[in-house]
Each structure stands twice: as C-alpha cells, then as structure tokens.
Ligand binder design. Structure first.
Ligand code: BJW
Ligand code: ZN
Length: 244
C-alpha cells in the first residue's frame, strides 16, 4: 500500500483572543449623544419614526434628514482617548483583537482602528435597487443617483430595527474562541449584541463591562465604572501589560 504523501503543513491562523464591543457611550465624550441616556437620541425622536424600514417607506425625506444631520454631527466630532486606546490595542494585537462597534460614526477609524460596524455606517450608502454599497460623505436625498445603476434609490447603510446586523458570522466565530470579551459604553438592551457577553462566557471567556454604570447583566464578572476616556486607556494598558 503506498504511503499517503503528506500535504503542506499549514500553521493554524490565530483567531481573536479579545473581542471588544463598543456602543454609543464611547463616543459620548466626543460630543455625540447616546440613545437612551438622559437627553439621548431616542428621548428626542421616536425610534419608530426614523430607525425602521417602515419609517423609511412612509417618510423617506424625514429619515434621510435625520441621518444627514447625524452624519454632519459625526464629521464635526473628534475621536477621544478611548478610541485612541483601542487603536493602540489593535496595533499591539493585530488579528488577536476583534473590535466590533454598534456605532455608525467613524471615530474608531479616525483613531486608526478598522472596526466591524455591525449596525452599519453613516459614511456608506446602500442602493435599494441594485444592492451596491458606496462611500457617502455628503447629504443624501431622494434624488441622489446610485453610481452603479443610476437609480435614485440610495439609503444610509445603517441597520434599523427588524433588519439583520452585519458581520454576524465573524462575530459569533470570534466569540466562540476568545479569552476576553469586553463591552464598552453600551446599555445592552439591543439584540443580538446584548447577548454577546453570555455567548462568550458560555464558550469559556471572561466578560468585562466598561461603562459609566453597571448594566446589571450577570454575565459580566469584572466592571470598570466611569467615563470611557478614563477607564478604557487604563484597561487597555493593564490588559497589554498582562500579556507582555
Ligand atoms: C458611557 C458614557 C461614557 C454613557 N463612558 N459609558 C424583543 C426581545 C428581544 C429582541 C427583540 C424584541 N423585539 C425586537 C427585537 C430585536 C431588536 C431588539 O433588540 N429590540 C430591543 C430594543 C428589544 N433588534 C433588532 O431588530 C436587530 N436585528 C435583529 O435582531 O435581527 C434579527 C436577528 C435574529 C437573530 C440573530 C441575529 C439577528 C437590529 C438592531 C438595530 C439597532 N439599530 C440602532 C440604530 C442604528 C442606526 C442609528 O444609529 O441610527 O443601533 S438602535 C441604537 O441602539 C443603535 C445602537 O447601536 C443600539 C445600541 O445602543 P447603545 O450603543 O447601547 O447606546 P445606549 O444609548 O443604549 O447606551 C449607552 C451606554 O453608554 C449606557 O449604558 C451609558 O451608561 C453608557 N455611557 N456615557 C462610558 N462617557
Ligand atoms: Zn444601484
């Protein structure tokens, strides 16, 4: 019997050791409002009127105006010490860190990270006619033509209630193998992100909460409470030092 010829030996590709999930709280000190805190976005505008596919079908101009204003506001904001600390962590860990954000602003990218935007981005548009995605830096309206197919059918590439978040396969793959899961500045009320801590803990990870105040999710065994610009840089330095 001929011996099987061994194939090339391939090194296993290292997966993320640390998964970080960020929410609106990380951008609060950059001047961008959160959703559910006092004075937050959903205390001023009914989410059903702007953040569902039904709202867009009923009143596209209103929804476009809401996101045009949010895009302009994000453009006027600057990344803060928490965004910069996570970018430093990304440079130190490379593929061993997966940074997932629920935020649609671009402050992580401007600090030097390449986050997975699970709720989309204000700086992309998607065509409802052909599905093409495009960079979007300026206001959108009903007349804006899709550069791919020419249809006036662009919408912000953000994930509304009832729509499927983006990148879930990569996220659940990382949650299944990470050692540490950290949630930063998120209230943990919107699913599926609200279930990530439990998912990671069930797979053997330690879940860390970094927030102004504890959210009460029992999956978190470690809490760093205070403003993100203070807690995140400290947590990043400690975490990197512990690995060195
Ligand atoms: C600081 C700080 C400082 C302040 N330092 N911290 C019933 C039960 C369960 C689920 C459902 C249900 N009915 C419907 C659902 C599903 C629904 C859902 O979860 N609804 C709940 C509200 C009940 N989810 C969906 O529809 C999602 N899709 C979906 O589920 O698809 C099906 C599916 C099935 C199975 C598997 C996978 C998928 C889509 C959700 C889309 C959410 N979209 C939005 C809008 C995006 C565009 C936009 O920006 O306009 O995403 S809503 C809004 O909430 C936005 C945010 O990303 C998201 C989360 O908010 P976040 O970031 O947590 O902000 P806040 O304001 O809530 O919290 C801020 C936190 O920061 C607080 O904790 C503060 O303490 C803290 N903080 N300052 C540190 N300086
Ligand atoms: Zn198109």
């Amino acid at each position: 019997m001929p011996k099987p010829i061994p194939g090339p030996i391939s090194e296993p590709v290292p997966g993320p050791e640390i998964v970080v999930l960020t929410g609106a709280g990380i951008s609060a000190e950059s001047g961008l409002g959160t959703f559910r805190d006092l004075g937050g976005v959903w205390t001023k505008v009914r989410l059903e009127a702007v953040a569902t596919p039904q709202a867009f079908a009923a009143d596209p101009a209103r929804v476009q105006a809401f996101y045009n204003a949010r895009r302009r506001q994000a453009q006027g904001a600057q990344p803060n010490a928490a965004h910069h600390a996570l970018a430093r962590m990304g440079r130190a860990l490379g593929p061993r860190l997966l940074l997932v954000t629920q935020n649609v602003d671009d402050l992580h990218a401007r600090a030097g990270s390449q986050p997975l935007h699970m709720h989309g981005s204000l700086f992309r548009a998607v065509c409802t006619a052909c599905g093409a995605r495009h960079d979007q830096r300026v206001d959108l309206d009903a007349a804006t033509a899709c550069p791919a197919c020419g249809a006036a059918a662009l919408r912000p590439d953000v994930v509304w209630f009832g729509e499927m978040p983006q990148g879930l396969d990569a996220i659940y793959g990382a949650l299944a193998q990470c050692r540490v899961f950290a949630a930063i500045g998120t209230s943990g009320v919107v699913y599926p992100a609200a279930g990530f801590a439990q998912e990671a803990v069930a797979a053997g990870a330690r879940a860390v909460e970094i927030n102004l105040e504890a959210t009460g999710n029992p999956a978190f065994r470690e809490h760093h409470l205070g403003p993100a610009t203070e807690t995140v840089p400290l947590w990043v330095e400690r975490t990197l030092a512990a690995r060195a």
